[in-house]
Ligand binder design. Structure first.
Ligand code: ADP
Ligand code: MG
Length: 616
């Protein structure tokens, strides 16, 4: 495809009319305002921009004077400029603020044939931005002056080019620093590894911000945080006095540590207090919190009890009602509670309890706190005491009866003896008399033994093993026969030991009673006594052995037999026998040891009682 060549048209110079029209058009559309004022100060022409900037209406043209249209300009520098320009036929420049229109104007006058022309621009935007910049610079300056940070500017050569008020106070209380070289002014900051040198250099050369903390010694005695920032032509350094902050932080740290220590202490006391402590929710009475002792009531760990309800764990009649009383405003104080726990059915236990409401800040009850002191052992001890009082009373009664019987018995024995000596007795009668004598002798023996057994010794006496064991064996003869227990007693010592006889009687009585208890289906009771030397102390003494072929005991039982109230005999035992015995043996500086086996066909228990000889 080909296009026809276009030849340029021959151009003609424009006519003067054409130029005139273009010039007028240009003036009209010029972005600057242009007005013509005649010698009578009337506006004869205003272009588009002028009409807009100076709000010129058609009726302003060729009518009223400029001074009438803009009365605020009368008597101002503007009027002076206009008049001078008009009279002297010179061009002048002027800038001013015209308040009625809130504009800044920059103008230039020019004499023309009919008067003057004024062309001008609205420079409000520029002027206002400048004003704002000045204002913020002024404000910044103010901030610099009042800020508690010390601010310093260093030029590229480390000369101090600006210090705010605080910087002057802090760094130069005694002399002018402005313009001086930093390192010359503060030679003490220049040393190997100085953070001043290092951080300032990095900011200056690598343009990296940095900060460090330093102690500023006498006469200031302050801790400073020093922050360094690269600035346009150097670096800017902020010094902040952090002495108080540091002291406050230190104080806070100390107080926090103290509070934590106290909290830990309270927590430990709470956890390990020998009293059950717990917190319950006030709606369903569930465990929210509890200490070790409270959980130990159930034989559990606290975490195993959390979330469970009061009555689920302790189904004690009336307990729920006590909690409801607390909710209704009646705290429970030192209330004696007794009953069974879910964990130990059949075991009756006793507590002294205190239940209190825990109030929320708004006064509502947010929890119930419970403190429970278990007193089961005290209760049992009370019972045991009553029991032993009864036994003692029976003993005293028995011994007084024995005492009363003893004298007539002696007479009967004597009389029987006299009768037996009579040669006229028939053989039959003689036999009856002998039988009677034998029976009476047994009665006499029982009476003396009862007397002896219950005699309350006040000082230790010298007794042999046989004297210690035989009365007890006699006492249990009936039970031994009933339980088909065979007795083997062999004493290979007759060394007397110094002891509280009735107390050792009690020990042996406990050991033999336990042995009989362990042999319900019969068995053998072995009693032995030897001279011996205690291997641990090297002391001489006697050893009494009480051994049975009963059911024996487990390791777990053996570990606890000397604890008070430990019994495997439920209602038939008090669990006090061995505990009391151990106490007695200890007072005698003796030793009570045990071995036991539950092996079938070889089961049995051996107790050894060592009693030391009196030291000469
Ligand atoms: P109690 O006889 O009232 O139970 P003790 O203190 O005398 O109290 O004995 C504690 C426990 O020791 C007994 O309940 C029993 O389990 C165990 N025990 C003591 N002696 C023997 C023994 N000879 N054979 C088996 N178990 C024994
Ligand atoms: Mg017993």
């Amino acid at each position: 495809m080909s296009s026809p060549m276009q030849l340029p048209k021959p151009s003609l110079p424009p006519t003067s009319t054409e130029i005139h029209t273009d010039a007028l058009d240009l003036v009209e559309k010029c972005p600057e305002g242009i007005v013509f004022l005649d010698r009578e100060w009337r506006i004869t022409y205003a272009n588009e921009s002028a009409r807009r900037i100076s709000r010129i209406e058609p009726h302003h043209l060729n009518g009223p004077t400029h001074w009438e249209i803009y009365p605020a300009t009368v008597g101002t520098r503007q009027e002076e400029v206009y008049r001078t320009s008009m009279e002297q036929r010179i061009s002048l420049e002027h800038e001013f603020y015209y308040a009625p229109f809130d504009v800044w104007i920059s103008l230039r006058t020019m004499p023309i044939s009919t008067g003057i022309a004024v062309h001008y621009r609205d420079i409000s935007r520029v002027r206002k931005a400048e004003a704002r910049r000045d204002e913020s610079a002024r404000q910044l300056q103010q901030v610099f002056e009042v800020t508690t940070d010390a601010i310093v500017l260093l030029d590229r050569n480390y000369n101090l080019s600006f210090l705010n008020r605080r910087a002057k106070e802090l760094l130069a209380p005694s002399g002018e620093l402005l313009g001086r070289n930093l390192w010359a002014a503060f030679p003490e900051a220049v040393y190997e590894g100085s953070p001043y040198v290092e951080t300032y250099r990095r900011a200056m050369e690598e343009r990296l911000p940095g900060s460090f903390e330093a102690y500023y010694p006498e006469p200031l005695n302050v801790w400073l945080t020093i922050e360094v920032r690269p600035a346009e032509d150097g670096i800017i350094v902020f010094f902040r006095d952090v002495t108080e902050e540091r002291a406050a932080a230190e104080e806070l740290r100390r107080k926090t540590a103290e509070a934590e220590r106290q909290a830990a202490e309270i927590e430990t006391v709470y956890r390990t207090a020998p009293i059950g402590l717990a917190l319950f929710d006030p709606v369903e009475f569930r465990y929210l919190r509890l200490n070790d002792r409270q959980a130990a009531f159930f034989g559990l760990k606290p975490e195993d009890v959390l979330g469970r309800t009061l009555t689920e764990m302790a189904p004690i009649p009336g307990l729920r009602e006590l909690f409801e009383d607390v909710l209704a405003g009646t705290p429970v104080v030192n209330y004696p509670l007794e009953g069974e726990l879910i964990s130990h059915p059949g075991e009756h236990r006793y507590w002294t309890v205190n239940y209190f409401p825990v109030h929320a800040p708004d006064g509502s009850i947010q929890a119930i706190s419970a403190a429970s002191l278990e007193i089961t052992q005290q209760k049992k001890a009370e019972h045991a005491l009553i029991q032993s009082e009864k036994v003692a009373a029976v003993g005293r009664l028995a011994s007084s009866i024995s005492h009363e019987i003893n004298n007539p018995l002696e007479s009967v024995i004597n009389l029987l003896y006299l009768i037996s000596c009579d040669p006229n007795l028939s053989l039959d009668v003689k036999e009856y008399v002998e039988l009677t004598q034998a029976e009476i002798n047994r009665v006499s023996q029982i009476v003396t033994q009862t007397l002896r057994f219950h005699r309350q010794a006040v000082r230790p006496t010298l007794v042999t093993a046989a004297e210690l064991i035989e009365p007890i064996l006699n006492l249990y003869r009936g039970r031994l026969v009933n339980s088909e227990v065979k007795v083997q007693a062999r004493f290979s010592t007759s060394t007397p030991v110094l002891c509280m006889e009735n107390e050792i009687h009690q020990v042996l009585s406990n050991l033999i009673a336990n042995a009989i208890d362990a042999m319900r289906q019969g068995g053998e009771l072995l009693l032995r006594a030897h001279d011996t030397t205690d291997h641990a102390t090297g002391k001489a003494g006697i050893r009494i052995t009480v051994a049975d072929t009963g059911h024996g005991m487990s390791r777990a039982t053996q570990a606890r037999i000397f604890e008070p109230f430990f019994t495997t005999k439920e209602l038939n035992g008090t669990g006090l026998g061995l505990w009391i015995s151990a106490g007695i043996v200890e007072r005698h500086k003796g030793r009570l040891s045990v071995r036991s086996s539950q092996e079938p066909r070889h089961s049995g228990t051996v107790f050894h009682l060592f009693l030391p000889l009196a030291e000469s």
